[in-house]
Design a protein around this ligand. Structure first.
Ligand SMILES: *[C@@H]1O[C@H](CO)[C@@H](O)[C@H](O)[C@H]1NC(C)=O
Length: 449
C-alpha cells in the first residue's frame, strides 16, 4: 500500500508536458512493477509474471474448429506472454495475441471450481488492450464447465460454458457480450440467453488503443452488472432481462392439433360473378410499330453509319499469314454528322394503347372466412419456474477463444472470485496504476486526452 501512496504522490507532482516546447518534456521513466496480491481463497487470478510461459497455466488448444475451411480450421493462432510495445510499467507482462486471421484458443484451470448457489456472488474481471485497434474480432472469455479442465488442449468452440463475457467487434458496431447458458431441468436442453446491449456503446474501447477493464458481477438473486473501466454499462436480472427469457412460456400451442380440412382462411376470393368485358383483348401486343411515323427529310438511306477509317494504314509489321487480312478500323461516318440518321430507315416501335394483358377476376370479401387458424393453447410440459442460478453449471476453467483481424491484443490480470471487494482491490493494484502510467506516457509523448 505504501508504495501506491508514494506513486500517487509522484504522479501529482510530475510536471506536465506542454507539447509546444520539446525540451520541456520530462523523459519518461516506466515505474516499477508491483506484484498484485489476492486472498488465498480466490478462485483464479493471473497477472502473467514476466518470466512465465505459455503451457504452464494457460494452455493453447490443439483442437480443430468444426465446419470451417481446412486452411483455417486449426486453432493455430499465436499466443505469447510478453510486454506491450510501449512499456509504461517495467516487466508488466500480459497474455498477447500475436497473429491475425486465425483461430486462437487458450484456457486455464481454476484453483477451485466456482459453484453457483444462494450464497455466492460471481465476479469476473480482466483487462484488454487492443494495441492496433480492432477491425473485427473478439476479446471475450468463456467460463467453462466440468470436463473442460481435464484436457485444456481440447478446448474449442463447442466446449460447454456457463457464461460468455467481454468485448467483441466487427465493422462499426461494438458489443460487450454477456451470455448465460441455462439448462431446462425438465427436458435437459441448454439454451443461450443474452443480456441486452447498451444502445450507445460506440467503438471507443476497441479503437482508442488504451487498456480497458471489464468486470462482471452476478449476485445470488440474479442481479447482474457489467462495468467497463469501473463504470456500469449494463445491469439487469437474469430472470427478467435476458433474451429469450429463461422462464419458458407457461402455455404453448398444442402440437397434436391440426388445421381442419374445411377451415377457410382466405380473407378474399375471386369474384365468380364478374366476367371479362367484351372489348378486353387479351391478345393485343404490348408494343406496336408507329404507322404514322415518317422518315425525316434529311435521313441518308444510302450512307452507312460506319465506314473504314480512311486515314488508317496497315502497320509495317503486319503479317497477313499470321494476323489475317488487314482491315482498317471502322469509324463513325462523317456524312451522318448533323443529320437525323443514316442507313435503312424503319418506323419506330411504341407502346400499344390497346394493350390490356390477361384479364383476372377482381377479388371480393370471402363470406366463409373463419379467420386465421391457431391451435389450442395447452400448458407447456417443459415449463419450470426458474431460480437465478438453478440451471447454470459450475465453472472449472476459463477459456479465451477468438478469431481476430487485428493482432497484438493484450489480456491481463484475469480474475475470477466471489467478492466485489477483491475485484476492486485488484483494480486498485493493477488497472488504476496502469491507467495513470499510460496517461503519463502519453503526456510525455505530447499526446493528450
Ligand atoms: C425444452 O423446453 C424448452 C422450454 O419450453 C423448449 O424451448 C425446448 O425446445 C425443449 N427442448 C426439447 C429438446 O424438447
Amino acid at each position: 500500500m505504501a508504495n501506491l501512496v508514494f506513486l500517487g504522490f509522484l504522479l501529482l507532482f510530475t510536471p506536465i508536458a506542454t507539447g509546444e516546447d520539446e525540451d520541456a518534456k520530462p523523459a519518461f521513466v516506466p515505474s516499477d512493477f508491483q506484484v498484485p496480491s489476492v486472498p488465498e481463497s480466490t478462485h483464479f487470478f493471473t497477472f502473467f509474471p514476466h518470466e512465465s510461459k505459455i503451457n504452464q497455466i494457460w494452455f493453447t488448444s490443439t483442437a480443430k474448429k468444426d465446419g470451417v475451411d481446412s486452411e483455417i480450421e486449426k486453432y493455430d493462432g499465436v499466443w505469447e506472454i510478453g510486454l506491450p510495445t510501449e512499456v509504461a510499467i517495467y516487466n508488466d507482462a500480459g497474455l498477447i495475441v500475436r497473429s491475425k486471421a486465425r483461430h486462437h484458443a487458450i484456457a486455464a484451470k481454476l484453483n477451485k471450481p466456482f459453484t453457483f448457489d444462494k450464497d455466492s456472488t460471481l465476479v469476473m474481471q480482466y483487462e484488454v488492450k487492443y494495441e492496433e485497434g480492432q477491425e473485427c474480432g473478439g476479446g471475450y472469455v468463456k467460463l467453462l464447465n466440468a470436463g473442460s479442465h481435464d484436457d485444456l488442449k481440447a478446448f474449442n468452440d463447442k466446449t460447454p460454458y456457463s457464461i460468455m463475457f467481454g468485448p467483441d467487434k466487427c465493422g462499426t458496431s461494438g458489443k460487450v457480450h454477456l451470455i448465460f447458458r441455462y439448462k431446462n431441468p425438465i427436458n435437459g436442453s441448454v439454451h443461450e440467453h443474452h443480456a441486452k446491449q447498451p444502445s450507445n456503446l460506440g467503438t471507443t474501447y476497441w479503437d482508442d488503443h488504451k487498456t480497458h477493464l471489464y468486470t462482471l458481477i452476478l449476485k445470488p438473486d440474479g442481479y447482474f452488472q457489467v462495468l467497463v473501466d469501473e463504470r456500469e454499462i449494463i445491469r439487469g436480472n437474469i430472470l427478467h432481462d435476458v433474451t429469450p427469457p429463461i422462464e419458458p412460456p407457461k402455455e404453448i400451442f398444442d402440437p397434436s392439433e391440426k388445421k381442419p380440412a374445411d377451415w377457410d382462411d382466405r380473407e378474399e376470393i375471386p369474384d365468380e360473378t364478374a366476367s371479362k368485358p367484351d372489348d378486353w383483348d387479351e391478345n393485343a401486343p404490348k408494343e406496336i410499330v408507329d404507322g404514322t411515323a415518317e422518315k425525316p427529310s434529311d435521313w441518308l438511306e444510302d450512307e452507312p453509319e460506319l465506314i473504314p477509317d480512311p486515314s488508317a494504314t496497315k502497320p509495317s509489321d503486319w503479317d497477313n499469314e499470321l494476323d489475317g487480312e488487314w482491315e482498317p478500323p471502322q469509324i463513325d461516318n462523317p456524312a451522318c454528322k448533323g443529320v437525323s440518321g443514316c442507313g435503312p430507315w424503319k418506323q419506330p416501335v411504341i407502346p400499344n394503347p390497346k394493350y390490356k394483358g390477361k384479364w383476372v377476376r377482381p377479388k371480393v370479401k370471402n363470406s366463409a372466412y373463419k379467420g386465421v387458424w391457431t391451435p389450442k393453447l395447452i400448458p407447456n410440459p417443459h415449463y419450470f419456474e426458474p431460480g437465478p442460478f438453478d440451471g447454470i453449471a459450475p465453472i472449472h476453467a476459463i477459456g479465451i477463444e477468438l478469431w481476430t483481424m487485428s493482432k497484438d491484443i493484450i489480456f491481463d490480470n484475469v480474475l475470477l472470485c466471489d467478492s466485489e471487494e477483491t475485484a476492486t482491490e485488484v483494480a486498485k493494484q493493477t488497472y488504476r496504476i496502469r491507467k495513470a502510467e499510460e496517461a503519463r506516457l502519453a503526456a510525455s509523448q505530447g499526446i493528450f486526452e
